[in-house]
Design a protein around this ligand. Sequence first.
Ligand code: DMJ
Length: 562
Amino acid sequence: MMARRNPQSSGLSARYTSVSGLFFLTVSLLFWRNGPQNRLDIYPLSTTVDWDARREEVKEAFITSWDAYSKNAWGQDQFHPISKIGSQMSPQGLGWIIVDSLDTMMIMNLTSQLSDARKWVLRKLTYDQDQEVNTFETTIRMLGGLLSAHYLSTQLPDISSRRDYIYLNKSIDLADRLLGAYESRSGIPYASINLRTGAGIPSHFDGGSSSTAEASTLQLEMKYLAHLTGKEIYWRKSEEVMRVLDDNGMQDGLLPIFVHPKTGKFTSSEIRLGSRGDSYYEYLIKQYLQTGEAIYLDMWSQALAGIQKHMITTSKHSKLQFVAELPQGIGSVLSSKMDHLVCFLPGSIALGATGGLTVAEARKLPNYWSAEKDQQMQLAKELTKTCWGMYAVTKTGLAPEIAWFEADQAALQPMASRGSFPSSSNSETAWKKDYIVKPLDAHNLQRPETVESLFMMYRITNDPIYREWGWKIFKAFQKYGILEDGQGYTSLNNVNEIPPPRRDNMESFWLAETLKYLYLLFSPTDFLPLDGIVFNTEAHIFPRIRQDRFQTGWKRIKRSRE
Ligand code: DMJ
């Protein structure tokens, strides 16, 4: 098991106290690379940057967004900042925005906003509602948000001087209702549940199939709750999903995107790392990091090798590496489409390579570093650059929901040799030729995946370029996402029009994830050290668990690997 800086508590209280005194910390930017100014990843040789001041700007953006919500739509599940109204997803509301934001407010030390939110959770939030909700979204945002708030409230002295069980009690009540989702014939969770009865409800689409990512992105939350309560059922029910999925024995660890709760079998052949596929892979490595269960490292390593073998290819002009899709499964021609959602991947690859330590620290561990890890870090860097490119090539400097890549036909053939690619170019002209943004894909929903990877990459490599890219992205959000009256931030309909047409919606993950990751990217690196915690897929924070109460209850079926 990997060494940790603070294996006992993974606490951040001492760090938090010291961080609050660290104003005006300046970080000198090192020379990044040499080259002409028209190259997209080159920055002037400057300068001293006040990262604390930049971090404060992110906090200001959070406050602006939160104030607009609380003034116009307090307690409502959705917020439409242009119309200045909210809307509900259930008659009494479920606090989607409030619960998703709790831990960001704790991290930013926004005590009065947090106190209002806490009161709302205490007095208004009830899950006893006759309401169908999505199993995955409820788990990652609501259960994850409550558990993270519980964890941080025990860690941040400025936020709470004593243990606060409000969040934990709510999370137990919610998780007990969610258990009904797992009562299918196969153990694969139903897409939805009724909150009052806890009854599982199959998806109303896709012939009742659940999406693979949704079924397999529940485990961090349930396992942390099992750890906190000692109740094994949360662990076992969520773990069983992983066994059923893996028993399908899919080639090279790559899973199709739909699975049926009746049979536990896949109902499509399409494989992708974007929507419906993404966080299956993310939770493999994160389950390993959370609990140390070796089975998930094995599954992650196999899947990562599979991704490299079948799905990574290069663009035509700049040889940027990207993750293509397999619409007909392994052996079919690749589609050169990459969702912005895929941009979680480079950060996860780097996290898997070092376990959350810096590369320099991981290299010093006995019998740990390898040529394979070097290669994984290289891939993580290339893919991060490609994700940054999704922002760099548009008129607003913000990424579209989906990018398509110009690629040679040969690069999309199933048997193309993958894995040793030429270096990518930094030429702006070549990049602009390679990214294709179709009108229907040109919206920006304030998504976090790229800044999430920038945060991970900065922590792991200490390379200041990732902070600089994050800063450019933040400035673009500040310029085009804010409303004319300055009262709130919104999603956009087209990142390639100036001024961009707007979409009257603020996503809860803007507060839960995008602004949180930007804030952490600009924070000192010993604030919430990466090797003591694990982020769920909604950026909620759980500690690494070291326990021997619950073990992995299953084994992979032995199969010969190609
Ligand atoms: C979030 O709810 C989570 O990050 C999820 O894994 C993917 N979609 C959104 C953000 O884009």
